[in-house]
Design a protein around this ligand. Structure first.
Ligand SMILES: *[C@@H]1O[C@H](CO)[C@@H](O)[C@H](O)[C@H]1NC(C)=O
Ligand SMILES: [Cu+2]
Length: 330
């Protein structure tokens, strides 16, 4: 008996701790991809994506890390974009891993860096964020689009068409709700990309929010006891969309499961440095280049092209079956 329990304790201690979390690994402006730095990497390379300290979540609606992610550092690049530019996001679950969660919304906000260059700008309590996009469940009322992210898809939006010129942070976020049946269980994964908007727009947001401040731990879209009920309605947190709104949200095949990120020491081809030099990004760092050519794998949010999607729907159904029979992971 004694021996047995000792053996059990020893075995438990040896079980690996599973960190099922992630970060925005890459972003693209009008199809040009920029790698982000691995969280906590001591040797950050050139990137417009602010580096965070860890792939773990921001917890708690009053956490200042809700602005740009865990201990986010200013990034070295500010990339040019325009009103109506395509902005693409590739989530990662860590080196070589896909994003691990499938429950909860994708949200995107922007904020002006004011007269400060965005690579020098520290968002604070006065930073005025306006919501440009929010994406929840698919038309079946149960499957979250985050499921597509978990399968490796990249997400692309068209930036608001009337943005005034200047420097902005684009704050894209997943709120993972797999633990949201408990108050405080929601996991926030914000990420900021530094852009310089050109053109001659003149739009001003009609409403802005602060981070922290926009969310409360008791918001129905953050503490959601019904989150696993099929068809349960979802109330997005953070108020209404701005008048400056992104359009054409699209999931498309991301890169294969192979790592696009340097793990520890940088692999030259996929290094963040590579993408800052002209044409330097490797094919593996360009998630959509192959899928956009192969066609068929794209899925518009309203009008899905089902021709290339059979395996995905199939696996989704399988996953649900497994879940309902108790074999799926929680
Ligand atoms: C801003 O405009 C949008 C679109 O017209 C509207 O849905 C939203 O309620 C407005 N927000 C505020 C704070 O007035
Ligand atoms: Cu996680």
């Amino acid at each position: 008996m004694k021996l047995l329990s000792t053996a059990f304790l020893l075995f438990s201690a040896l079980l690996p701790t599973v960190y099922a979390h992630g970060f925005v690994g890459q972003v693209a402006i009008d199809g040009k991809w920029y790698a982000g730095n691995v969280p906590g990497d001591d040797n950050p390379g050139e990137s417009p994506i602010r580096q965070i300290s860890d792939i773990g979540p921001v917890k708690g609606a009053s956490n200042q890390d809700l602005r740009c992610g865990l201990s986010a550092q200013k990034a070295s690049m500010v990339v040019n974009a325009n009103p109506g530019s395509k902005y693409s996001i590739q989530w990662s679950g860590g080196a070589g891993q896909k994003w691990p969660h499938n429950t909860g919304p994708l949200m995107t906000y922007m904020a002006s860096c004011g007269s400060t260059s965005c690579d020098q700008y520290d968002p604070d309590g006065d930073t005025k964020w306006f919501k440009i996009d929010q994406l929840g469940k698919e038309s079946d009322g149960s499957t979250w689009y985050q499921q597509d992210v978990m399968q490796g898809d990249a997400y692309t939006i068209t930036l608001p068409s009337n943005l005034s010129p200047g420097g902005y942070l684009i704050r894209h976020e997943i709120i993972a709700l797999h633990l949201a049946t408990s108050m405080g269980g929601a996991e926030f994964y914000p990420s900021c990309t530094q852009v310089m908007i050109g053109g001659n727009g003149n739009g001003q947001p009609n409403g802005t929010v602060a981070f922290p401040g926009a969310y409360s731990d008791s918001d129905p879209g953050i503490y959601d006891p019904n989150v696993y009920d099929p068809g349960s309605p979802y109330v997005f947190p953070g108020g209404p969309l701005s008048n400056l709104v992104a359009t054409d949200g699209t999931m498309s095949n991301g890169q294969s499961s192979s790592a696009a990120f340097p793990s520890g020491t940088a692999a030259p081809s996929a290094s963040p440095h590579a993408s800052s030099t002209a044409g330097g990004a490797s094919p593996s760092a360009q998630p959509t280049s192959s899928s956009s050519q192969s066609g068929g794998a794209q899925c518009r949010l309203q009008r899905r092209d089902t021709s290339g999607l059979q395996p995905r729907h199939y696996s989704r159904i399988m996953r649900r079956l497994l879940h309902h029979t108790g074999f799926g992971s929680s």
